[in-house]
Design a protein around this ligand. Structure first.
Ligand code: PLP
Length: 318
């Protein structure tokens, strides 16, 4: 679920219609009717975001506002047509939105409709808790995706979930060396590097490490992130800089909804960080603490963010 692009189209159309209505008052009833059609057409629809994405793909997808109760109503109304609902439980682009009640209701609706609920746990999986966002919120999805952390840095994607859906990948539970065999008809699923032995050996070692450490690993790291965010927020407030940070597990970022910062200012901030030895991907507003970060590293992150923000504040960017 994303902020729909169609929202932009709707607003632009509304603006044009409003201007027309001001110039020609007799158009008002007509413009209201057109606005109603535009609203009903555009709100819950997806549009192809780039060349090469077919209209058919977009037409088969609903893109809804995340955390918005209206989206639940639309899902409820279309439950018979929906094969799956895919969410990033806490979005890496908007980590301050942690809508537990919304996710609970989404789980109830999809369960009763027999629609698969998919959690994209690429970022949240193993980070917030060994059981990911599912364990954190106490909500079990039907399918979940993982990659970066489980891969320990090697290329790996993982799809995990209930046998009702996963059996279509491997034919159900069976093993080599005995009479068992795939019982369920499978879908097409293949790739040159699927089940690559090096990635799988790394994932096994990584998962074993997480298992040996237990939830204390995440708890300690998450606590360090809470402390960093608290310090950053206190510092920004005491210097009257309108920037506030948020965190989810060991992921921390500038909370755009609680800050006043233009994209240009945020872009410039990443150069200030780079100049102080901290590299973020262009456009990113935060990063991840890991167990490899020492207290000195965390201090360097604090100094880079605060001094970068101070320089931009002095130059009237914040
Ligand atoms: C939330 C989320 N989902 C999916 C992906 C895609 O993952 P991959 O590049 O492993 O296919 C990413 C990549 O960063 C992501 O952040």
């Amino acid at each position: 679920m994303r902020a729909p692009l169609s929202e932009y189209a709707k607003k632009a159309a509304n603006r044009v219609l409003t201007r027309q209505a001001e110039a020609r008052p007799w158009l008002t009833p007509l413009s209201r009717a057109v606005q109603a059609i535009l609203s009903s057409r555009h709100s819950p629809r997806a549009v192809a975001a780039a060349l090469g994405v077919s209209k058919a793909t977009a037409q088969e997808t609903l893109v809804l506002d995340y955390g918005n109760p209206q989206s639940l109503k639309i899902i409820e109304a279309q439950r018979k047509q929906l094969a799956a609902v895919l969410v990033e439980p806490v979005q890496s682009r908007c980590p301050e939105n942690q809508p537990e009640a919304f996710l609970q209701q989404l789980r109830d609706i999809t369960r009763s409709a027999g629609t698969a609920l998919i959690f994209d746990e690429m970022v949240t999986g193993f980070r917030i808790h060994p059981g990911g966002a599912q364990a954190h919120f106490g909500i079990q999805a039907d399918l979940a995706t993982y990659s970066k952390i489980a891969g320990g840095g090697l290329p790996l994607s993982v799809i995990a979930g209930r046998s009702r859906w996963m059996d279509r990948i491997d034919g159900g539970i069976w093993q080599f060396g005995d009479d068992s065999a795939p019982q369920v008809q499978t879908t097409f699923f293949a790739g040159t590097f699927c089940k690559h032995p090096l990635s799988l050996a790394t994932a096994k070692a990584m998962l074993q490490h997480l298992k040996n450490q237990g939830p204390a690993l995440q708890m300690e790291l998450n606590q360090k992130t809470v402390a960093l965010v608290q310090r950053l927020n206190d510092w920004m407030s005491s210097h009257q800089i309108p920037i506030q940070f948020t965190q989810f597990g060991s992921f921390f970022a500038i909370a755009l909804s609680k800050s006043r910062a233009s994209p240009e200012a945020l872009n410039l901030l990443s150069y200030h960080l780079l100049n102080r030895g901290i590299h973020l991907r262009g456009g990113d507003k935060g990063g991840f603490l890991s167990t490899a970060h020492s207290d000195a590293d965390i201090e360097a992150i604090f100094v880079a963010f605060t001094q970068g923000a101070k320089a931009l504040h002095q130059a009237n960017y914040f």
